[in-house]
Design a protein around this ligand. Structure first.
Ligand code: FAD
Length: 342
């Protein structure tokens, strides 16, 4: 049975896993490795240490479905709506730019529930805290090394991490990327920003008329949401959670600073904007070095095949655009490239 390794348990990796399971003509042994301790990637949902039921989406906030993708990716939207994973966004988000015909959806169980749904459907073996460091060729197979544990062999590899993290991999893969491909990959750029999650005790009131707000007049804070209100899960037993996204200029300026110091700066600015906010019982500050793609890989929409025998392909939002539909497009292009190999 062909052994397939998908690197990255984010949206693209999880979509690739389900699509491979559903569309492969023969049996496959599917494995997904991620360097983090949980699934989601930039669609992460984090929990308060004191109360795991109090959660916050620190990366992607909501899914915007355009009329074009409502048709093109209808089956994906239908599946998530039928499982109750996506629900229409009904709470007010001030300053949100809406185009005619667009629909917005939230994931009431947290945005990572989308990724977890696809991983479950795929039946793949999922291994966390597996950071891939090297990829080498051994007897027509791939030998993949990680930070801990012995290397393992696979027949086929799909890489879905942000492009700069693909370019960091060592081993034979370095020589297999042609000069032209390297130039294309090196031209990809991402914005950087911080996200801060604040968790409150049950019963805490945050008295604002909105569930989210885009802020245009602050050098540090770009977006703030009452995360549970955004997801329509207000409850007397679970405290509210707040999510703050910084501006990109702030993210770039403080990229190499200590996260604890950056958290303090964000909280100071937050208190300037909303004086009198209650004291949180938990916090989580996340640095997004590779937040959203500002310039995708040119001239190879969806995926880039780095080697044919054995097969190695890379994809992700770096090859399309940073949203739900961008990841679906990439996963479908990867599947197309793999078709004759599975
Ligand atoms: P990722 O989610 O980055 O997944 C890649 C995975 O690879 C990660 O889990 C990582 O841990 C793993 N990895 C990396 N290197 C290695 C390694 N060496 N070994 C093993 N594993 C590795 N999209 C929307 O649709 N709506 C939004 O509102 C929205 N807002 C956003 C706000 C923020 C702050 C951010 C950061 C993103 C937002 N996005 C939004 C974009 C969306 O989150 C991404 O486009 C999408 O999650 C990318 O998925 P991916 O699987 O391609 O990559």
């Amino acid at each position: 049975m062909a052994r397939v390794l998908i690197v990255g348990a984010g949206l693209t990796g999880s979509l690739c896993a389900t699509q491979l399971r559903r569309k492969a003509s023969g049996p496959l042994h599917l494995t997904v490795w991620d360097k983090d301790g949980d699934a989601g990637g930039r669609m992460t949902t984090t929990s308060c240490v004191l109360n795991p039921q109090c959660t916050a989406d620190l990366g992607a906030q909501y899914i915007t479905c355009t009329p074009h993708y409502a048709k093109k990716h209808q089956s994906f939207y239908d599946e998530l709506l039928a499982h109750g994973i996506l629900k229409p966004l009904t709470s007010p988000i001030e300053g949100m730019l809406m185009k005619e015909g667009d629909c917005n959806f939230v994931a009431s169980q947290g945005i990572s529930s989308i990724v977890k749904h696809y991983l479950k459907e795929s039946g793949a073996e999922i291994c966390f805290r597996q950071c891939v460091t090297q990829i080498n060729l051994r007897n027509d197979k791939w030998e993949v090394s990680k930070e801990t544990g012995p290397p393992e062999q696979f027949d086929l590899i799909v890489l879905t991490m942000p492009v700069p993290q693909i370019l960091k991999l060592q081993g034979d893969i370095v020589g297999l990327i042609s000069e032209c491909q390297r130039q294309q990959l090196e031209s990809v750029s991402y914005s950087s920003r911080y996200a801060l999650g604040l968790f409150y005790e049950a019963g805490t009131k945050i008295d604002v008329p909105w569930a989210g707000q885009y802020i245009t007049s602050n050098p540090c804070i770009r977006f703030i949401s009452i995360d549970n209100k955004k997801r329509n899960i207000e409850s007397s037993e679970i405290g509210p959670s707040l999510v703050i996204h910084t501006t990109v200029p702030f993210g770039i300026t403080y990229l190499e600073h200590r996260t604890e110091d950056v958290q303090e700066l964000i909280i100071q600015q937050l208190n300037n904007i909303f004086p009198g906010l209650p004291q949180p019982v938990g916090t989580k500050c996340q640095k997004w070095r590779y937040s959203q793609v500002t310039s995708a890989v040119p001239n190879c929409p969806g995926q880039m095949t780095l080697h044919f025998k054995p097969f190695l392909v890379c994809g992700g939002d770096g090859f399309t655009e940073s949203n739900f539909d961008g990841c679906i497009t990439s996963a479908l292009c990867i599947l197309e490239a793999l078709r004759s190999h599975i």
